[in-house]
Design a protein around this ligand. Structure first.
Ligand code: SF4
Length: 346
């Protein structure tokens, strides 16, 4: 019977050290292998040239090294790059590189498909197949870092967890991936440059606050009226705005870090004065800023971006109430890499 080999990158450094001690070797061997796996990005045990042949064979007999593979890569006329990433079991997720004048941002996926059902989102049409492992999340970032250096001559500067999936529904693996991204043995990035964007799972927002995470939090809000929010994000029925508000107050009390609300304004859905006033009120609960995001229709076109006049009304009212508001232009529309479009055609 064939023994199912374990993914060696699922082991922590401590577990690798223990493995070598149990094999009668030195714990230090674990450090060497760990360095090959994470800092040097080894794809095979053969690559580990300072490890003896016998040890490499023993690793080969016990483990596999799973790496993602960029299956197809598309470049937009605005410089945005979308990767369709093949996982070791053949499933595909997408990640996006978004360049601006001063920064390169990676938008990464945390799940294959999504269990939530946001009506405006292409990913919601794929049922959730599985969570991504920490190394699969990490590898998406490494691939985009490589592309950033290749196409823009600079390393990746920011990461947003806004690709496929709800990151807080895969919390442990997202945290492990971020630990690796921020550790000196990984990419050594500052957690201040990482944003985890959630549709708003109150219990997990509180857990993040208790865990004293150092990255930033964004919430896809899209409406501050329960009825409207439930109609576009049905899970709001289970996690209504009052629970979200309470969790965000808890987050701010513990972390003292502002929250970003992601907000799309759709024609006929959340474009009335009542919607604007509700958002202003919600913004007063906890220090925050609002990103108004340009929307890209997905195929059936039920959701259409509201007029510029409506968006200007939102901006004016938020600013009048001294709430910081930015408008985020959409990127990579021509390759379906823009917000809400992932999984549209691949
Ligand atoms: S917007 Fe995010 S949480 Fe909602 S269905 Fe899409 S991927 Fe899932």
């Amino acid at each position: 019977m064939e023994i199912k080999k374990k993914d060696i990158r699922a082991l922590t450094k401590e577990q690798l050290r223990e493995f070598f001690v149990n094999e009668g070797d030195k714990a230090f061997r674990g450090n060497q292998v760990y360095e090959w796996l994470w800092s040097k990005g080894a794809h095979t045990f053969e690559d580990m040239t300072n490890i003896s042949k016998e040890t490499r064979q023993m690793l080969e007999d016990n483990f596999v090294i799973n790496h993602i593979e960029v299956d197809t890569m598309q470049r937009s006329s605005d410089g945005t790059v979308k990767n369709a990433v093949k996982l070791h079991d053949g499933l595909i997720v997408e990640s996006v590189l978004i360049p601006t004048e001063t920064r390169t941002t990676a938008c990464v996926s945390s799940q294959v498909g999504c269990s939530l059902d946001c009506k405006f989102c292409a990913t919601s049409r794929l049922k959730r197949m599985r969570n991504l492992n920490p190394d699969e999340i990490y590898d998406q970032v490494v691939a985009i870092d490589r592309e950033s250096k290749l196409y823009f001559n600079r390393p990746l500067s920011n990461i947003v967890f806004m690709g496929m999936g709800e990151p807080l529904m895969n919390y442990n693996n997202v945290i492990k991936a971020i630990d690796k991204i921020t550790s000196p043995e990984g990419l050594g990035m500052s957690p201040k440059r990482i944003v985890v964007s959630t549709s708003g799972v109150p219990k997990m927002i509180k857990k993040m606050a208790d865990d004293a995470v150092k990255f930033n939090l964004a919430v896809s809000l899209h409406s501050a009226i329960d009825e409207v929010r439930t109609s576009i994000m049905p899970f709001n029925e289970t996690f209504p705005l009052k629970d979200l508000k309470e969790a965000l107050e808890y987050w701010y009390k513990k972390t003292e870090r502002k929250i970003t609300y992601e907000y799309v304004v759709w024609d006929g859905i959340n474009d009335s004065m009542k919607d604007i006033e509700a958002l202003v009120k919600f913004c007063k609960y906890v220090p925050c800023k609002v990103n108004i995001i340009e929307y890209n229709p997905i195929d059936d076109g039920a959701f259409q971006q509201a007029s510029n006049t409506t968006i200007d009304n939102y901006i004016a009212e938020l600013e009048r109430n001294r709430i910081v508001v930015n408008v985020r232009r959409s990127r990579g529309k021509d390759i379906d890499a823009a917000c809400g479009q992932l999984a549209n055609k691949t």
